[in-house]
Design a protein around this ligand. Structure first.
Ligand code: DAH
Length: 339
């Protein structure tokens, strides 16, 4: 029996030497020390031994068990290190390998042109106002002389959140907020996002940008409107740019006009871009309706004002000869890098 035990110890030593993974180590432990293991099997036979032999063999068996346990513990540490080394080797990164250069972003053309426009108006003494995109019906329509049943609401199919809360369909809402909070003289532009329930195509998007303008003071006339917009357009499009006012209707201005600028491609002769017109419509404008002033607590017998609103995407498309609005929102670097 003693020999059997020593043989087991030898076999265990050999098996452990050949174990290189935690799984192989566990297999060896089960094989020798497990409930059905070789050592246990031998110990089961101890009952047949004589009273003198039993303690002697018992002691040897304990020693062998201790030895095997020690060997397993020692080997465990070695296997752990071995496995870690193998894993590290597998995960080695070649830091000398040539990398892939990250693509550099570019300023978006809408941002570039908006900044130019802001600079032009800041230079003329305007400041920049802001208003919420989630807006009360009151500011977007009601206070601008567009009551609930007004047909102008149909041309701006809005996103309603509740009966009285919408996603603003025009930055004109900011006019009202500014007049409520500031006393004249007022000179502001209000750039921002607006929302309309339009299907996406080359010239429509449910989200786009407008820039609103508002001037209120004593003695403001249509001449101020013309002068301001003429200066603006000549600064943005170049000194040759010509401006043209056409009568129009907006509920919140009286009189109202649509403002055209001479075509930047043909300079006014007529071409494909301006559809032979020589001019391109660029903004809506007019003298602030006395009703709007009064509703904001401004005495219309003392003060008058002009307002205008333009679509930023349109201005940029015309300025940079871009024929599809969707390009602005694709974030395709091949497009953005051209500007
Ligand atoms: N809010 C108008 C629109 O979205 C544009 C506009 C026209 C704004 C005339 C104005 C204005 O301030 O005076 O179509």
């Amino acid at each position: 029996m003693k020999e059997q035990l020593l043989k087991i110890q030898e076999a265990a030593k050999l098996a452990l030497e050949n174990a290189h993974t935690a799984a192989e180590l566990e297999d060896a432990r089960v094989r020798f020390l497990g409930k059905k293991g070789e050592l246990t099997a031998v110990l089961r036979g101890m009952g047949k031994l004589s009273a003198e032999e039993r303690p002697v063999i018992g002691q040897i068996a304990n020693e062998v068990r201790g030895q095997i346990e020690n060997m397993i513990e020692t080997k465990k540490a070695a296997v752990f290190m071995e496995e870690r080394q193998a894993k590290l080797k597998e995960e080695t990164i070649d830091v000398t390998m040539a990398g892939r250069k990250p693509q550099m972003g570019k300023r978006h053309p809408l941002t570039t042109v908006l900044d130019e426009i802001k600079d032009i108006f800041l230079g003329m003494g305007f400041s920049i106002a802001e208003g919420p995109e989630v807006e009360l019906d009151y500011y977007n329509f009601e206070a601008l002389n567009i009551p609930k049943d007004h047909p102008a609401r149909d041309t701006q199919d809005s996103f309603y959140i509740t009966d009285n809360v919408i996603l603003r369909s025009q930055t004109s809402s900011v006019q009202v907020r500014v007049m409520e909070q500031q006393k004249p003289p007022i000179r502001v532009i209000a750039p921002g996002r607006v929302y309309r329930s339009d299907a996406v195509d080359a010239t429509h998007s449910p989200v786009f940008h407008q820039i609103e303008g508002l001037v209120v003071d004593k003695g403001i006339t249509m001449a101020d409107l013309k002068g301001t917009l003429d200066t603006f357009l000549k600064t943005l499009y170049g000194p040759e740019a010509k401006m043209r006012l056409r009568p129009h209707h907006f509920p919140f201005t009286e009189p109202s006009a649509e403002v055209d600028v001479s075509c930047f491609v043909c300079g006014g002769k007529g071409c494909r871009v301006c559809k032979g017109e020589g001019f391109i419509e660029i903004l809506g404008a007019g003298m602030v309706h006395p009703k709007v002033l009064e509703r904001c607590g401004i005495d219309s017998s003392v003060y008058s004002g002009f307002a205008f609103g333009m679509g930023l995407e349109r201005v940029v498309m015309r300025r940079m000869n871009i024929d599809d609005l969707r390009l602005f929102y694709d974030n395709d670097l091949r497009f953005l890098k051209q500007f």
